[in-house]
Design a protein around this ligand. Structure first.
Ligand code: HXC
Ligand code: NAP
Length: 290
């Protein structure tokens, strides 16, 4: 068995209809494709219909099952509501919403225009809240259970310079996840989140490590387990959290980052740069014989 193999049993998501925002590319695509393999029907949604259509075709050709591509800018409530109704009319019901769509880029904060800051806030926080409100109100009104899974980041709780709009927005999404986990549990609606560390995608790498930065700031070097994440590892966790196997998990945020954020947090963690000869010398100087 390998860490990058599919984990759940065949048919684990049979009879589930799952909406994945930002599902045409990157991690959303990888998670959606694994849901499909496990028997789910999937709606993938984002702004670019041509990308969604090509992805949907490719996913369905490879795995069978239904993949419905629906264009929707999550910043526009009318588009979100229309997408939700269309998703239901295509599949009959939506049981799970994976809030994965995001926008991000690096910049010193003082260089950002108001529009730049708002653009990221609007996609990540307002977009997620609009999709959540639309789905949640509808599930509640029709007395249907539902499951939310929200993709945040580890800097949702630590904060991070140079991606401040994203950090502020993801912190909001995390607070919303935990708040609704309690408030909407009485309606049979669960809310959880995943905080991924670095997982290579075109979308993230081109915006967060543009040009030569990827050579200067190799993300794998910051991760205690010594590598970046593989998409299947994230897909395994996401599939568990949207499946009925996780029925008692509610209000949780699960970090999947190889220990990256804790490495930055622990006061003395950078002492891993001390070579063993230097530790030997320090032992000798405090009187230990070698
Ligand atoms: C400063 C920038 C900028 C940059 C855009 N802007 N890019 N400012 N640095 N690199 C400014 C623009 O000048 C403009 O402000 C405003 O932001 C809106 O830009 P538009 O291009 O008009 O916006 P839009 O077309 O809506 O595109 C949204 C976007 C874009 C966020 C700017 O990058 C996008 O579509 N991203 C979607 C995918 C994505 O970001 N994926 C990565 C997620 S990774 P002015 O004032 O000029 O009008 C992620 C991982 C985190 O979240 C953790 C990793 C470990
Ligand atoms: P990605 O491929 O760029 O995914 C972002 C998706 O969001 C795209 O499919 C994009 O599609 C969609 N999107 C952007 N703006 C939108 C809008 N206004 N309305 C609807 N959809 C919109 O990047 P990714 O790395 O896979 O990121 C996926 C998620 O993982 C994000 O939530 C990100 O914050 C999170 N994450 C990623 C990493 C990582 O290392 N990759 C780490 C931590 C967290 P369109 O352009 O077609 O709209």
């Amino acid at each position: 068995m390998k860490f990058n193999e599919g984990m759940l049993r065949e048919g684990a998501l049979k009879d589930k209809n799952i909406l994945v925002t930002g599902g045409g590319t990157g991690l959303g695509r990888s998670m959606g494709e694994y849901f499909l393999k496990l028997g789910a029907n999937v709606v993938i949604s984002s702004r670019k219909l041509d990308v969604l259509e090509a992805t949907a075709k490719d996913m369905a050709d490879k795995n069978g099952g239904k993949v419905i591509p629906l264009a929707c800018d999550v910043r526009e409530i009318e588009q979100v509501e229309a997408m939700w109704e269309k998703a239901k009319s295509e599949l009959g019901e939506i049981h799970v919403v994976l809030n994965n769509a995001a926008g991000n880029f690096i910049s010193p904060t003082e260089r950002l225009s108001a529009n730049a800051f708002n653009t990221v806030l609007d996609i990540v926080l307002k977009g997620t809240s609009q999709v959540t409100l639309t789905a949640g109100k509808d599930w509640i009104a029709r007395k249907r259970p539902g499951t939310f899974l929200n993709i945040v980041t580890t800097y949702a709780w630590t904060g991070s310079g140079y991606v401040v709009p994203s950090a502020a927005a993801k912190a909001g999404v995390l607070a919303m996840t935990r708040s609704l986990a309690v408030e909407w549990a009485k309606y049979g609606i669960r809310s959880n989140a995943i905080a991924p560390g670095p997982f290579p995608t075109e979308g993230a790498w081109s915006r967060l490590l543009p040009g030569d930065l990827v050579k200067k700031f190799d993300p794998a070097k910051k991760v205690p387990v010594g590598r970046v994440g593989e998409h299947q590892e994230l897909a395994n966790l996401a599939a568990y959290l949207v499946s009925d196997f996780s029925a008692y998990v509610n209000g949780e945020v699960i970090t999947i980052d190889g220990g990256e954020w804790l490495k930055g947090a622990g006061e003395f963690n950078n002492l891993d740069q001390i070579p063993s000869e230097l530790w030997d010398m320090m032992e000798v100087s405090r009187g230990k014989k070698h």
